[in-house]
Design a protein around this ligand. Structure first.
Ligand SMILES: C[S@@+](CC[C@H](N)C(=O)[O-])C[C@H]1O[C@@H](n2cnc3c(N)ncnc32)[C@H](O)[C@@H]1O
Length: 210
């Protein structure tokens, strides 16, 4: 069951694809993010947050509302996604949320942002060109004791072999198995981490503490 990447790297650079994603994400935001949001509430991390691959920014705004004392910088490699996120940003949250075009795999796009108490990312790990480099970059962007928290799909057998060519099944085939993530973390030298399968069974969370 090899990892297959059928998603084009520049898929979300296209305005139509970005708009379609925004529409789908708005309709499904409860089911997509409820698990992540409740875990985040329990962690109750204070300070500065960085969101990686924020897409149209739906999760960013929800987190800002649920954590009224935090400031969030949210980046995405796609200028179209950042445009949508900025258009959708409510006036009240403009002081606490800044959207920027940026690439997790490029340390130059991260180093001017400062250090963070929490760096999080949802449904993006399987999109990163070089996951090892991205995690290394993000780990170096954490404050001491900071947390890197990633939620993503998991490559599970019974979904992998459904040969449908749509976003969800392509993403399942492009996602990582927990043991592959462990190997990546070992290569970087990260020891303080937990990888958990979460509901629904084709999802996983990776929590790394610096
Ligand atoms: C499936 S969308 C997820 C968006 C959002 N996180 C969510 O959960 O709805 C994946 C996003 O990751 C972005 N992305 C892909 N590679 C990236 C990278 N190297 N750095 C930053 N963002 C990236 C894409 O442009 C896209 O907006």
């Amino acid at each position: 069951m090899k990892r297959i990447v059928e998603i084009q790297q520049d898929y979300f650079f296209d305005a139509e694809n970005a708009n379609k994603y925004l529409k789908d994400a708005k309709n499904a935001s409860n089911s997509r993010f409820s698990n992540f949001l409740s875990s985040l509430k329990k962690l109750n991390i204070k300070g500065k947050y960085l969101e990686i691959g924020c897409g149209p920014g739906i999760l960013t705004q929800t987190i800002a509302l649920q954590h009224p004392n935090v400031e969030i910088i949210a980046n995405d490699i796609s200028p179209e996604m950042i445009k949508l996120a900025q258009q959708d940003l409510s006036k009240d949250l403009k002081k606490r949320i800044k959207y920027k075009v940026g690439d997790a795999c490029d340390i130059n796009s991260l180093k001017d942002l400062g250090k963070f108490d929490l760096i999080y990312s949802t449904f993006t790990l399987h999109h990163w060109d070089n996951a090892e480099l991205a995690i290394k970059n993000l780990y170096s962007t954490l404050n001491d004791n900071g947390i890197l928290y990633i939620h993503d799909l998991k490559r599970v057998l019974f979904l992998y072999y459904i040969r449908k060519q749509n976003g969800f099944f392509n993403s399942i085939r492009a996602s990582y198995k927990p043991k592959e993530i462990k190997i990546i973390l070992q290569k970087i030298g990260i020891k303080n981490y937990k990888i958990k399968t979460i509901f629904p069974f084709f999802m996983q969370s990776i929590m790394i503490r610096k």
